[in-house]
Ligand binder design. Structure first.
Ligand SMILES: [Fe+2]
Length: 162
């Protein structure tokens, strides 16, 4: 028995979506680990705000990782679970040595820039496959991350001395 036989998506289209989602899964895993690292290593005046913010961001990323992996399974694919394989595929760099608030926010904004572009590419593939569920999932991620970009830009650029 196959899920694909019941959800009205053909196998070739499903495979294309699975490939996009496997790329996203690898980058999400690296992003998740980066967020945890920043949560641990952050120092300075922004500590209490950023330590908590990064916790909520990595919790949100953990939920998305599970959702993406399970969507891959629904589409007849196999989600990768080995970190050694994620590192071969992921394009996001591993974060190291980030201890200051400005550097942390810059790192996360750069990561979102890449992830939002990747999700928009995956969205195109899902739409071509008439895979409305994956498209809806990705649209939700893009909406959430674009809002977070706005908030992080506001957080990092406001100058109270003006
Ligand atoms: Fe913690």
């Amino acid at each position: 028995m196959k899920t694909l036989n019941y959800i009205n998506i053909n196998e070739n289209s499903a495979n294309a979506v699975v490939n996009s989602l496997n790329q996203l899964l690898a980058d999400f895993q690296v992003h998740y680990t980066n967020l945890r690292g920043i949560h641990w290593h952050i120092q300075g005046r922004g500590f209490f705000i950023l330590h908590e913010k990064f916790e909520s961001l990595y919790d949100g990323m953990a939920a998305k990782i599970d959702e993406v992996a399970e969507r891959i399974l629904m589409l007849g694919g196999v989600p990768e679970n080995r970190f050694s394989e994620y590192l071969k595929v992921a394009k996001l760099p591993e974060a190291t040595g980030i201890t200051c608030g400005d550097g942390a926010v810059k790192h996360v904004l750069d990561s979102y820039k890449y992830l939002i572009a990747l999700e928009k590419e995956a969205l195109k593939v899902a739409e071509e496959a008439h895979d409305v569920v994956t498209a809806d999932m990705l649209t939700g991620y893009i909406a959430e991350q674009e809002k977070m970009v706005w908030m992080l830009v506001a957080f990092s650029t406001h100058n109270c001395n003006k």
